[in-house]
Design a protein around this ligand. Structure first.
Ligand code: PMT
Length: 416
């Protein structure tokens, strides 16, 4: 996991070097961003040597200043999107004020606004600055926006005064970082095969039958599973998404491609999650040349293979098979029908008629359906939902939730 340490200009900046080492001891990939003021206290080279990464020292890297090219101008967006946590230590009164007021006039403040990752600040400053109502008001604002504050300690300060304002111990800062990262390794030893995106069936060399799947749900599951220690095989139809760095990615286009890719890897897999929206029909005849427009056109379609059902049939003992179902009406009944008909261990039921969730949205709400229960997972980001779905899948391994042979009524529980 990637953690970005933001170093700002205070005497405690030298302690950030030790913080970087302590974070690295937890197998975290640490990157450093320094404000200009911080560079008066510590050289960027120190952090570059410790981390093995370029240290970011400004919005406009020297190599770009001649050309004025936008390359470094978007670096903060990339850094903001790829980090799993941003920890600013030491955080001066100045950076807290800028963060509270949304001022983005350097790399670190711009990155702060652009990131959706958890943010932690460890303030360090003179006791009067710390106690000043402006600083305290800024901290309150930041806390109300879910910024985690690791409060400074009391003691002798660099300015010669005694009181609160000394940077918290590294152990407290590291603990805060680990707790926001929710370090979990509960899928270690599992090989999770996830399908994602919408398959495409060619009509002619330039057109295809497709669907609205963006792949976001499947990719979120791949990311979550990998972060929880699983080996991940991502079988993906075309999407505009970047796959998790260490997943084994198998690109496919048609349902038949996906079928082969999944079946070929089934023996290595302990959990299959079929989040892809798979074409149920393909044109019976594929035309070799572009179809010309000449009045009404009738297409003859034939059913594709049901990959999910085939996977259930061919699985090794102990492999969990989880399907998805995208429904537009009578979702629970259709979902339950699919669960029983296809023989999966669970179906993640998507009511795709609802506004703002399902296809292409960043958010989703589902019901995790097994033969004996239905757990409602309310609307949340697809990434959060991915973790909740994985929690439910892991519960299936628990005897308490083993499949019952009965078709008894399903009670719906809320997982809110
Ligand atoms: O990709 P996003 O934009 O993030 O949107 C997410 C999603 C809505 C696509 C996803 O969450 C979802 O619901 N995926 C399943 C869509 C679908 O194909 O549902 P279905 O009810 O048609 O199929 C049921 C299950 O059978 C699915 O697991 C599907 O992968 C599988 N199937 C279907 C047809 C087929 N020929 N072979 C299959 O394996």
């Amino acid at each position: 996991m990637k953690v970005t340490v933001g170093v700002t200009g205070g005497i405690a900046a030298y302690k950030s070097a030790e913080l970087v080492r302590d974070l690295q001891k937890h197998a975290l990939d640490v990157h450093v961003v320094m404000t200009q003021a911080a560079q008066h206290f510590v050289q960027p080279l120190t952090f570059a040597a410790l981390t093995g990464h370029k240290v970011i020292t400004g919005l406009w890297a020297p190599e770009d200043s001649d050309t004025g090219e936008a390359a470094s101008a978007i670096e903060h967006i990339d850094a903001a999107q790829t980090t799993d946590a941003l920890v600013i230590a030491p955080a001066t009164a100045d950076i807290l004020a800028k963060m509270a007021h949304g001022i983005a006039d350097d790399f670190l403040t711009t990155m702060y606004l652009a990131t959706t990752a958890p943010v932690i600040v460890a303030p360090a400053m003179n006791v009067n600055m710390w106690q000043h109502p402006a600083t305290q008001a800024n901290l309150e604002t930041l806390a109300s926006r879910n910024v985690r504050i690791v409060s400074p300690e009391s003691g002798y300060l660099a300015c010669g005064m005694v009181g609160a304002g000394r940077l918290a111990e590294n152990s407290a800062i590291v603990e805060a970082v680990l707790s926001v990262l929710h370090h979990r390794n509960d899928l270690a030893g599992e090989t999770v095969l996830i399908t994602a995106g919408g398959t495409r069936e060619a009509l002619d060399p330039v057109r295809f039958l497709g669907n609205r799947s963006s792949g976001k749900m499947g990719y979120a599951l791949a990311d979550a599973a990998q972060r929880r220690g699983a080996r991940v095989i991502l079988v993906t139809a075309p999407t505009a998404l970047r796959a998790p760095a260490n997943a084994e990615v198998v690109q496919v286009i048609t349902t038949e491609d996906m079928r082969r890719a999944v079946l070929d890897r089934l023996d290595q897999t302990t959990i299959v999650i079929k989040a892809a929206a798979v074409a149920d029909y393909r044109p019976r005849v594929q035309v070799g040349q572009k179809l010309r427009r000449s009045g009404p056109l009738t297409l003859e379609l034939e059913p594709t293979e049901d990959i999910l059902a085939e996977v259930v049939e061919r699985r090794r003992k102990g492999t969990l098979i989880i399907g998805f179902a995208a429904e537009t009406e009578d979702a629970l009944a259709h979902g339950r029908d699919k669960l029983l008909r296809k023989g999966a261990d669970a179906i993640v039921l998507n009511d795709v008629s609802r506004e703002g969730v399902g296809f292409d949205s960043d958010r989703n709400a589902v019901t995790f359906l097994t033969r004996d229960r239905a757990m409602e997972l309310p609307e949340m980001s697809k990434r959060e939902l991915a973790d909740r779905i994985l929690d439910e899948i892991l519960e299936l391994r628990h005897p308490r939730h083993m499949l019952s042979e009965s078709d008894s009524d399903i009670s719906v529980k809320s997982g809110a």
